[in-house]
Design a protein around this ligand. Structure first.
Ligand SMILES: [Zn+2]
Length: 259
């Protein structure tokens, strides 16, 4: 089995004991239209194939568990606490968290997984208190400022200082392809200046602004800057393909940090 390809962020790679990756669509076993590394179990793909794909992602990441929610384009964020995981899958490594669009934990050995095809995965880390979050952020999540809510939750529950957090934004829908013809109905006026050209919105910059308004320094935010619609040979794209797979964006603490 060839190693999986993943986008990794320079800011996150500097944190001892942290593992992360935004995986491409390559390296799995699913058949078209989910070919090949689809990690969503609710979009029509063969469950056995999805299970093998999840196993490969976990092996690549190096954590004991993967945790993921049924994502609903809302703004509920769940904290995974210190209780033992519910191992409700045959392979015994997948923790199915409650429905929602964000996960936060300070547990070791759990990869927090967001499933994406054009939506952003926003990965957050507090190196000081050793807390991580992963957030699923499509345009509805942007409207609800779920990234800012994740920062607030880390602050309230774990004492995180926003100015100490690091953030990364996955490959996702870019300003080249994010056309919103009905933006006056769908997007708040605060977003309207973020048009790269008329009706095309820069959600990468919108997320950057929301994170900075939540207290993160600008140089603590890394945006992959790769558009999933433009690069469908490597990424699943909902806008480009409609029926398609979902990619894994994962962040976790290794069980045995090397420091
Ligand atoms: Zn594009």
């Amino acid at each position: 089995m060839t190693p999986l390809i993943a986008h990794r962020f320079r800011l996150l790679e500097q944190v001892p004991g942290l593992v992360h990756g935004v995986y491409t669509r390559h390296g799995g076993v699913s058949l078209p239209p989910y070919a090949t590394l689809n990690v969503a179990w609710n979009n029509g793909d063969d469950p056995a194939a999805v299970g093998e794909n999840l196993f490969r992602v976990r092996e690549s990441l190096g954590t004991r568990f993967l945790a993921s929610s049924l994502q609903v384009h809302g703004d509920d964020i769940h904290v995974l606490n210190g209780n033992p995981p519910e191992e409700d899958d045959p392979a015994g490594f997948l923790m199915r968290a409650p429905s929602g669009d964000g996960l936060v934990t300070n547990r070791r050995d759990v990869g927090l997984m967001i499933k994406i095809a054009d939506c952003q995965a926003v990965l957050l880390v507090d190196p000081e208190h050793r807390v991580i979050a992963s957030v699923h952020c499509g345009w509805r999540g942007s409207v609800r400022n779920i990234a800012g809510k994740a920062v607030a939750l880390m602050r309230e529950r774990f004492g995180s200082r926003p100015q100490g957090l690091l953030a990364a934004v996955s490959p996702s829908l870019g300003p080249c392809c994010a056309e919103f013809r009905r933006f006056r109905d769908e997007l708040p006026p605060a977003f309207w200046p973020y048009q790269a050209r008329p009706t095309y919105f820069d959600f990468w910059e919108i997320t950057r602004r929301q994170l900075m308004e939540a207290g993160l320094p600008g140089d603590h935010i890394e945006i992959a800057g790769r558009c999933t619609v433009c690069h469908q040979q490597d990424y699943f794209s909902y806008r480009g393909e409609k029926t398609t797979g979902r990619m894994a964006a994962v962040i976790g603490w290794k069980s045995s940090p090397k420091h």
